[in-house]
Design a protein around this ligand. Structure first.
Ligand code: HEM
Length: 505
């Protein structure tokens, strides 16, 4: 075994030296970057306690302010850290960079990358994205789920009320996670599952795997290493477990449909799995789909929706509680808008102009997708530099959001900064603010995601006054983020809630 590994290392070293020599000979100019080590390139720079987007920002400052080249094992990568260069990749050369990196975890766990997020750019992706926008996540469908959001908001309020009544601090991370997973389960599967927690755990594992620069993805040709590191067997295990859960869900839905029901949704309506099964069975799609494709799309919805919306809601609460002036202003607005209402209605949430600024500022400081991933199929030239085929493009949205060149006092939480700024969540024409990404691969779940964030925040602000537990100060309150495709909050966060009903709702 030792001999085999030594032989592999030797071969890779020779191929590395050859590649360097050929590159110099070809006269192509790569973007600037740090000095590379043989074999591993820049991989050693990613090892450590920092989150990848923080490491990229620090390296970029030193080696390539706007555009930096890294060699991640066998895989070339470029890191983009300015709005101007992001625009070149996401708009000017959008078509060249419309595909996603091929990641082993997605091939293994997401049914050969047949989800939407990691599907290669092409006919299948176009078809499934269209299905997603027109059938699964249209404004009408999102509105039709409003009773679920309302019901889950009341459950959330009941839980907070019972803790606050008993004088217990509220674990806001747990409460918001339960709220979001219940909403996604009920919208997608028609009910919460007995195995919801397991599913969330597996989906989080998948999100970490696909963004972790694993050996499998940085040394794709060293198949033996994928086994030796245990990465492959972890993927196979997660695939087996999620496949069992998803298989049971599809079977139950099929049984319901064949027994004459319109769907498995609440009160017999259609949920997202029903819509996909009916599309599959009707043979109306230009490219036919299978049960495995449905499972991949559902895992995508789950992965795309839960962590992103939870992180935004939790971070908005944390930033408000740390900034009592902002909290008081947001609370005064919610209480004013709803003061004569019998109940909080979603249509009125649009009147919450200040809450809108709070959410925008939260997504600037804590973008749930801190890095946007792209790849090119053929060689391209950007900013006069050669971008070789199959280069992993890492657009560091997190770094752009905190760059003093674009933002005054960037580390401070100031919702008012968006007051006179025409940028909204989606019209990211300046490319300095892209919480939902940009271009062809922009998030299709914006309406659903924002509804899931506004509704709980409005309810929590209306019904309770919030403060930090005794002994915690804004400076000692830790908001530690975990790496992953979608950023999530690492530690539990506790608040004290005091019921404060201005009028009963
Ligand atoms: C606060 C909520 C959300 C945020 C901040 C968010 C953010 C993002 C970001 C940054 C991307 C990558 C875009 C790019 O590469 O340009 C993305 C892609 C995606 N999101 Fe979301 N998302 C949210 C909610 C949702 C929801 C609710 C769903 C579905 C239920 C969803 C499904 C997807 C899918 C399928 C993609 C892949 C699109 C493609 O590759 O064509 N997202 N999202």
């Amino acid at each position: 075994m030792v001999n085999l590994i030594s032989f592999c290392l030797f071969l890779s070293f020779i191929s590395f030296v050859l590649r360097q020599w050929m590159k110099r000979k070809s006269g192509r100019k790569l973007p600037p970057g740090p000095r590379k080590l043989p074999l591993i390139g820049d991989m050693h720079r990613l090892v450590g306690a920092k989150l990848p987007h923080v490491t990229f920002r620090d390296l970029s400052k030193q080696y390539g302010k706007d555009l930096m080249h890294l060699q991640l094992g066998e895989v070339p990568a470029v890191v983009v850290s300015s709005a101007e260069v992001a625009k070149l990749f996401l708009k000017t050369h959008d078509l060249d960079f419309a595909t996603r990196p091929r990641v082993l975890a997605c091939d293994e766990v997401m049914y050969d990358s047949s989800d939407i997020l990691f599907s290669p750019y092409g006919e299948y992706w176009r078809q499934m994205r269209k299905v997603c926008i027109t059938e699964l996540l249209s404004a009408r469908t999102v509105r039709s789920f409003s009773y679920i959001r309302e019901d889950e908001s009341h459950r959330l309020l009941d839980r907070v009320r019972s803790s606050s009544g008993a004088g217990r601090p509220i674990n806001i991370v747990d409460e918001v996670t339960t709220f979001m997973t219940s909403i996604i389960c009920r919208a997608a599967f028609g009910k919460t599952l007995n195995r919801t927690e397991e599913l969330v755990k597996f989906v989080n594992e998948i999100l970490i795997m696909v963004s972790s620069f694993s050996v499998a993805d940085t040394f794709p040709s060293w198949k033996i290493l994928h086994f030796l590191t245990g990465e492959k067997s972890r993927m196979v295990k997660v695939r087996r477990e999620t496949d069992e859960i998803m298989g049971d869900i599809i079977k139950e839905h099929r049984n319901n449909l064949s027994s004459g029901k319109t769907g498995s949704g609440e009160s017999g309506s259609e949920d997202i799995v029903d819509v996909l099964i009916k599309l599959m069975d009707s043979n109306s799609l230009p490219m036919s789909i299978t049960d495995d494709n449905i499972k991949a799309i559902i895992l995508d919805m789950f992965g795309g929706a839960v962590d992103t919306s939870t992180t935004t809601t939790v971070c908005a609460m944390v930033e408000m509680v740390k900034n009592p002036r902002v909290l008081a202003k947001a609370q005064a607005e919610v209480r004013e808008v709803f003061k004569v209402k019998e109940r909080l209605e979603e249509s009125d949430v649009e009147k919450l102009a200040y809450l809108n600024l709070v959410i925008k500022e939260t997504m600037r400081l804590h973008p749930p997708g801190p890095v946007l991933y792209r790849e090119n199929n053929k060689e391209s030239v950007v900013c006069g530099y050669t971008i070789p085929p199959k280069t992993r493009v890492l657009i560091n949205a997190w770094a752009i959001n905190r760059d003093p060149e674009y933002w005054e006092d960037p580390e401070s939480f100031k919702p008012e900064r968006f007051e006179d700024d025409p940028m909204d969540f989606t019209r990211s024409s300046q490319f300095k603010y892209m919480p939902f990404g940009s271009g062809r691969r922009m998030c299709p779940g914006i309406t659903f995601g924002l509804a899931n964030v506004y509704t709980p925040l409005a309810h929590l602000l209306y019904h309770f006054d919030w403060e930090l537990p005794h002994g915690t100060t804004p400076h000692t309150l830790k908001l530690t983020e975990l790496p992953g495709l979608a950023m999530s909050v690492k530690d539990d966060i506790f608040f004290i809630a005091a019921a404060s009903p201005p009028t009963a709702v």
